[in-house]
Write a protein that binds this ligand. Structure first.
Ligand SMILES: Nc1nc2c(ncn2[C@@H]2O[C@H](COP(=O)(O)OP(=O)(O)O)[C@@H](O)[C@H]2O)c(=O)[nH]1
Ligand SMILES: [Mg+2]
Length: 278
């Protein structure tokens, strides 16, 4: 029997409606094209990224895990799989876990699929596309979620590049900030595709809004501190790598699918990883 861990890393869930940019954001944060952004099946359950030696685990409805190949992700369905756990040696994962959630707007995706994982999340980054930002359906759902999440979440207005004039961008940002006051720590504009187009270029990161977002994410995770591990009984704790893992000095993550690792996470994060203690 392993000892029950007392601390773990904060968990940040990426949420939003279909095609809002959740998986693109996961790719940007993880610095590798590993998030199953290209998986067209909307059947995928939450994909939970943690720091560890590269591997992918499927967690079935009874909590049993089995290793799978990345190519098998396309065939995974929430009907028989409650989560996919991906272990990676990515810098951001030394700092927090990242959970890429299914879209909340999908009528074929029962809300329990993301709800049971959301219960385990400490904070949320909610993605809303600038072209139809903060729809009624998003507002209605978010307002129902617990206040602890409102206090510990960021709203990311994605697809800012789709708005052609600065006036439009300012107007949308101002409206969304007004309509979501008190419901998020901050509402921040971003172009995820611009940031990903040249993620090693500081000017691109600044102009795209990625820099500002990462600063706010760092602040959020630091504010969350080092959460206590939840009991010992939780199935999610029992799967994959035992949590918490020690936070080693960041090694260069290996390229996945031949793509060079990208560095979006600023030095500040690298210097201050959350050191999860056993
Ligand atoms: N132009 C533009 N496209 C984006 C942006 N963010 C995401 N996309 C595109 O929107 C599509 C859906 O994104 P995805 O991350 O899969 O959405 P998800 O369903 O929320 O996971 C993809 O083709 C992305 O490339 C953005 O900021 N700007
Ligand atoms: Mg997605």
């Amino acid at each position: 029997m392993t000892a029950t861990p007392t601390t773990r890393r904060p968990r940040i869930a990426l949420m939003g409606e279909f095609s809002a940019g959740k998986s693109t954001l996961a790719n940007l944060l993880l610095g590798q094209r590993v998030s199953p952004v290209k998986v067209t099946a909307t059947q995928l359950p939450p994909v939970w990224y943690s720091f560890g030696h590269e591997s992918i685990l499927r967690v079935d409805n009874s909590g049993q895990t089995s290793a799978i190949a990345a190519s098998a992700l396309n065939g995974i369905s929430h009907h028989d799989t409650q989560a996919v756990r991906v272990l990676l040696e990515a810098e951001v994962l030394e700092f927090c876990d990242v959970i890429d959630m299914p879209g909340t707007s999908d009528p074929n995706m029962p809300s329990e699929v993301w709800q049971r994982v959301l219960d385990r999340a400490d904070g949320v980054v909610w993605c809303t596309p600038a072209t139809q930002a903060w729809r009624q359906s998003e507002a209605a759902l978010w307002e129902q979620l617990p206040a602890r999440l409102h206090e510990n979440s960021l709203l990311l207005i994605t697809r800012m590049d789709a708005l052609k004039s600065q006036t439009d961008r300012d107007r949308v940002t101002a409206r969304v900030r007004r309509e979501t006051e008190g419901l998020f720590r901050h509402a921040l504009p971003i172009s995820l595709t611009d940031a990903l187009s040249d993620p090693d270029n500081p000017d691109v990161l600044e102009q795209s809004g990625a820099d500002r977002f990462v600063e706010n994410l760092v602040e959020l995770v630091e504010a969350l501190g080092t959460p206590q591990a939840d009991g010992g009984a939780a199935r999610f704790e029992a799967i994959g790598k035992p949590e918490p893992a020690p936070a080693p000095v960041a090694p260069a993550p290996p390229p996945v699918d031949g793509v060079v690792p990208r560095r979006v996470i600023p030095k500040r994060v690298r210097r201050a990883p959350v050191s999860a203690r056993p």
